[in-house]
Design a protein around this ligand. Structure first.
Ligand code: NAP
Length: 294
């Protein structure tokens, strides 16, 4: 069986690396980006086609992968490429958006006889570069199996979570977890600081304990240093938590952890910290102990 021919739309911080990994696996035929210079440069580097339009790309490949920003961007791209999709082809959306957007994309694709998978990713820019992303997928089993080589080229853990929308619902679950954990880590570290504890020893000791987590081990050191270099940006997590909040509202539920962290992110953004790592929530937690600190 010949290899699938894939195309990539959205060559941002994540998409550029993901497309590169598809090229390394011999699966990438072409790329398209809204700002053409990025696509031209990457296409030259990878020896693939820089398509003039997203529609041209979709018409040329069996699998179209998108990684753009928010719900409206995914739908805008989906509506523009739908008329060009080949029957039997597959669209994979790796952006973090709502389950509802995934279902709207699936029906746009189905109207052209194409399959759709919602496949948001976790693992950050580093995971995208190394091809070690966790990819949580929603869609039909048959479509998923056909697309598996493309997904396997971009991620290490690739899991079908259920029907369309279940990939995004799983990603939203992860974002709620991250919100609660980073808020708890920030609060605990601010408390430890106020108590005058040696923060590095707190991290190395409690990092082995039952209250530990990835965020405690890897992000409490940022808090201890008071430096929050961009990793998972406050602005991006805020976008994801708004999706979580809206999805919960569809069940008639209010999520207190999500609401509280959203309020805190709004304060951080208003104070110019929106492009810092989410561990900068520590800035607000220390204020609980010292009103003069920023
Ligand atoms: P990014 O660096 O801002 O890149 C966004 C890409 O989408 C750019 O190529 C941009 O084109 C394109 N785009 C945006 N709106 C578009 C539209 N309406 N039409 C066509 N293209 C459009 O973002 P990123 O960090 O790669 O994130 C992409 C997605 O992955 C987001 O949904 C994000 O939540 C998710 N994600 C990100 C991370 C992370 O650590 N960064 C981790 C997991 C998941 P231009 O070049 O023209 O602007």
């Amino acid at each position: 069986m010949s290899a699938l021919r894939a195309g990539f739309i959205g060559l941002g911080a994540m998409g550029g690396h993901m497309a590169t990994n598809l090229a390394r696996a011999g699966l990438l035929g072409g790329v398209w980006n809204r700002t053409p210079a990025k696509a031209e440069a990457l296409a030259r580097e990878l020896g693939v086609t820089a398509h003039a339009t997203a529609e041209d790309l979709a018409a040329d490949v069996e699998v179209t992968v998108l990684c753009v920003s928010a719900d409206s961007d995914v739908l805008q791209v989906g509506e523009s490429i739908a008329p060009s999709l080949r029957p039997g082809s597959i669209v994979i959306d790796c952006s973090t958006v709502s389950a509802e957007t995934a279902r709207r994309m699936a029906s746009l694709c189905a109207a052209r006889g194409a399959g759709f998978l919602d496949c948001p990713v976790s693992g950050g820019v580093e995971g995208a570069r190394l091809g070690t992303l966790a990819i949580m997928c929603g869609g039909e089993g048959e479509v998923f199996e056909k697309a598996r080589p493309v997904l396997a080229a971009m991620g290490k853990t690739v899991e079908l979570m259920g029907p369309c929308g279940h990939g995004q619902a799983t990603k939203a679950t992860n974002q709620i977890l991250c919100a609660g954990v980073i808020a708890a880590v920030g609060e605990a570290m601010a408390f430890a600081k106020a108590e005058g504890l040696p923060l590095d020893k707190v991290i190395s000791t409690l990092g082995q304990g039952a209250g530990s987590s990835w965020y405690f081990v890897h992000r409490a050191p940022y808090m201890s240093r008071g430096d929050f270099p961009a990793g998972f940006r406050v602005r991006l997590h805020r976008k994801d938590l708004l999706i979580c909040r809206d999805m919960a509202h569809r069940h008639g539920a209010e999520l207190p952890t999500v609401s509280s962290v959203l309020d805190q992110y709004d304060q951080l953004i208003a104070n110019g910290h929106g492009d810092e790592d989410i561990s900068s929530i520590f800035r607000l937690k220390t204020r609980l102990f010292d009103a003069e600190q920023d």
